[in-house]
Design a protein around this ligand. Sequence first.
Ligand code: AHR
Length: 344
Amino acid sequence: MKKLGMIIAVIIVVLLLVGCSTATQEPAADTSGDTVVAEDTPEEAAAPEMAEGEKTFADLTVGYAQIGAESEWRTANTASIKEEADKLGVTLKFSDAQQKQENQIAAMRSYIAEGVDVIGFSPVVETGWETVMQEAKDAGIPVIMVDRRADVPRELYATYLGSDFVEEGKKAGDEMNNLLPDGGKIVELVGTVGSAPANDRYSGFRETLNDNIEIIDSQSGDFTRAKGKEVMEAFLKNYGDEITGLYAHNDDMAIGAIQAIEEYGLNPGTDIKIVSIDAVRGAFEAMIDGKLNVTVECNPLLGPQFYDLALRAVNGEELPEWVPSEESVYYPDNAAELLPERQY
Ligand code: AHR
């Protein structure tokens, strides 16, 4: 009995000693013999934990295959990707495909050959990417789709960072309903044929548009100002003042169309109600002038989120399938007040 009591006492003492050594953080010693205090400063405590051997932004080489420079939106998107790389010290290899899929694929192949750490790209159209994305996967290079999505199996990309284009189309439909409560006849300027934003903005819009609004024509303006103007001129030639509304898949096409409507002798924003998407500065200026009725936001400032995801992918983190960007809707009422704050 006495022996059992002794054993219990020894166990209690051992447990107490172990408890004390884990509850207090002992200073760690490095190999130089100097004492290193292991407590974090507030800044360090806020920084993400870096495990040994993990890469930092300064270690990253990123290849980015951009679509082109077709719109104000794209210019802002490119600036965000380039400026953020400079800020973080990321080495960026950047290419502009001039809206051609074959150029984007060639750029991606050269990034694979150069052995970059990550590839980012905005697929100009949804289909035709499997082979090159499989090549990147075989080379062990994570691919991040930015802004636009490609129609490929989940295992071929690390994540997709971008907007909900269907939702943007639905919002545009709601706005057209508000502008034409008694119904009307509208025309549609579609984005680049086969691209995710054109496909989704097309279908989303039709999900919410009221039955008393008829879409009398729908043609592609390729997301550019020049083509938007050209196609609107043809719409006006064919339907004249029958047209009571215009839905443009981006602001640049709407701005081109506004010019065509004025040249035709009608008042954009009044005779023809206009809803478009992007919320670039040019759209705010058009709203201030009373020529555009609504713009639905599509956020191009994706640089910071892109590099954050790129680093996480390179360090082996499993990323979500989709990281959506936050967006809003803007009207003429407070366009003048908001314009100075707009970053794009
Ligand atoms: O993919 C986003 C779209 O591409 C923008 O709405 C358009 O302006 C751009 O060119």
